[in-house]
Design a protein around this ligand. Sequence first.
Ligand SMILES: [Zn+2]
Length: 322
Amino acid sequence: MKNNIHILLVSAAVVFSLSGCSVKKTSVEKKMPTKITVVTTLFAPFDFVREITRGTDTQVNMLLPPGAEVHSFEPTAQDMIRIQNCSLFIYAGGGGDAWADKLVASLDNKIKSMRMIDCVNLLEEEHKEGMEPDKDDSGKANAVNEKEWDEHVWVSPKNAILIVNKITETLSAIDPKNSAVYQKNAESYTAQLSELDNEFRTVISKAKRTTVIFADRFPARYFTEEFGLSYFAAFPGCSTDTEPSAATVSFIINKVKQEKIPAVFYIELSNQKMADTVCEATGAKKLLFHCCHNLSKDDFNAGATYLSVMKHNVETLKEALN
Ligand SMILES: [Zn+2]
């Protein structure tokens, strides 16, 4: 309910301010809620903010509706309004978020914004052997030398800690009265993220194998890199393409057979078609590796978190590596 009121208020403010350049905005701005509001594009930072702001009246909204697939996400006019009126806007950055960079640069009130890619050491999106070439919107393969940063930085728990610390620092500067609460929440949350990191390390150190196969997009490069795993995948990170060629399908099937891989991964909100094909041909099991772009509606309503889906990944990883 609070949400709805907030949206109504900000909509009124923007309609008013768009209706003519001569209109003075000050009278409207006074009616704006004084509450601190954070807007995120994706689920992972939404959940980080939810943890950091526990016990305060700071509000956090996610632009992606639960269940929506991020790689085909287009911001609506209402999304733009929510961004324009928030206290802090958090997005991944990188190729898929060019719209957000443009929007932030174009706003005259210069809202506070934060890109997750600016919080960590970046890796380039990799085009591995057997992977479908990355295609542009017209379906043409991008030139091999067109390097792109991989924006899925939050998928490694260590990076999640860096992002949480940066959000905490930024929010504390915007809202000093709650800064002590934010710091305290962040401390206990990053301790849990460290523990998660350790759980992955334990599984990987005891595992029979070191190779994982994603019969899907591959947004887990920061994860495999952090934990020293090797991988094969059907599509690069945020590929818009999910129709594999016969060559890609047979490459992945052969890899699964050669390496006697017991389970292949698909990612959240995927159509799972490629994983089904590979599993049918090889007898491998199909398992979810959740990369936390977004949650399904059911998971969201059931209160799933970055930590809960990652802990699920600990279990599926154990199965896929043994
Ligand atoms: Zn992605």
